[in-house]
Ligand binder design. Structure first.
Ligand code: NDP
Length: 292
């Protein structure tokens, strides 16, 4: 099943040192590993983190191992002012963008725990954060024949079959889905949480607020992919699989470096093989399925 994403090889290398990628939430975990992998492959990478000290430390550790093309900028994706400041910094310092990996996210549940703790924070960080950042950076994508790429880090917990409500599912899987319908779905979920009726209304049972944040991120990605169809910008989602990071309390079937290798392969697919509007699920390294 790995054929869905062709292996990286010198013959299909389309990028260079001029190719610039931005990775969010990259001071640790999968984000940090993605920055490292893209640097190893010869790109220029902007490592971003909400905590400046942690971000600078992460970037410095990469510079110390010999990577020259790593840059740092502070970015809190839950804060619109931070997003605007980052977009302005990026425009001033780089001008054009080739790859955006929307990686940063939060969850407040341990593995096996299915409580709803801070739904607004989760939705703001995992859905509106990547959406606002994407919209702010859209004018800066190079959109050359190499095709610019957005990869939204998602989760299989957000697949539509986790919804027990057929009516909500019908809306989200519609070919004509709009951003307004997605926003209305989010509002409905938060209202059902507030009124204590979310279980009865058929929202996902596992990591419910996190699952919804990823489900609407997938939905937004499809709408955006449709908007940019034929316009040299591809938008895909990837579930990296159960990966040993702080989000999972160190549990998982594979390492962040292994997950990052899949991310790198996906964002560096040769232009003629590139897809858009897909949701890839990495069941384990080298075992990938496409859901949409
Ligand atoms: P980690 O918890 O290890 O890392 C998450 C990163 O996001 C951290 O750098 C964190 O920063 C950052 N972050 C959180 N909130 C913000 C914010 N408001 N602004 C900027 N950065 C922020 O998680 P993973 O590496 O495991 O997760 C990476 C991605 O993969 C996420 O999108 C996650 O949902 C997804 N994923 C992970 C799976 C897994 O098994 N690990 C499975 C499925 C999906 P800080 O250090 O400051 O908290």
């Amino acid at each position: 099943m790995d054929h869905l994403i062709p292996p990286l090889s010198p013959t299909n290398r389309w990028w260079s040192e001029e190719t610039t990628a931005v990775v969010t939430g990259a001071n640790k975990g999968i984000g940090f590993a993605v920055v490292k992998r893209l640097l190893e492959l010869g790109l220029t990478v902007v490592l971003t983190a909400r905590n400046a000290e942690n971000g600078i430390q992460a970037a410095d550790s990469l510079r110390l191992t010999g990577f020259r093309n790593v840059h740092f900028c502070c970015l809190d994706i839950s804060d619109p002012a931070s997003i605007a400041a980052f977009a302005s910094w990026f425009r001033h310092n780089f001008g054009v963008l080739d790859i955006l990996v929307n990686n940063a996210a939060v969850s407040f549940n341990a593995v096996g725990e299915n409580l709803i703790k801070e739904p607004e924070t989760i939705i703001k960080t995992n859905f509106y954060g990547p959406k606002l950042l994407t919209e702010a950076l859209l004018p800066l994508f190079r959109r050359s024949d190499s095709v610019s790429r957005i990869l939204n880090m998602s989760s299989r917990l957000g697949t539509l079959n986790k919804l027990r409500s057929p009516s909500i599912r019908r809306i989200l899987e519609s070919e004509d889905l709009t951003n307004e319908q997605i926003d209305a779905t989010v509002t409905q979920f938060l209202q059902d949480v507030k009124s204590g009726t979310w279980e009865k209304q058929g929202w996902p049972e596992n990591w419910p607020d996190y699952a919804i944040s990823k489900m609407v991120l997938n939905a937004y990605s499809r709408v955006l992919a449709r908007r940019y169809d034929g316009k040299k910008l591809s938008v895909n989602c990837l579930c990296p699989g159960f990966t040993r990071t702080s989000m999972t309390g160190g549990q998982g079937t594979h390492t962040a470096d292994e997950a990052a290798a899949t991310v790198a392969k996906l964002v560096l697919v040769p232009p003629e093989k590139l897809t858009s509007g897909k949701f890839y699920i990495c069941l384990e390294p080298k075992k990938i399925i496409a859901k949409l």
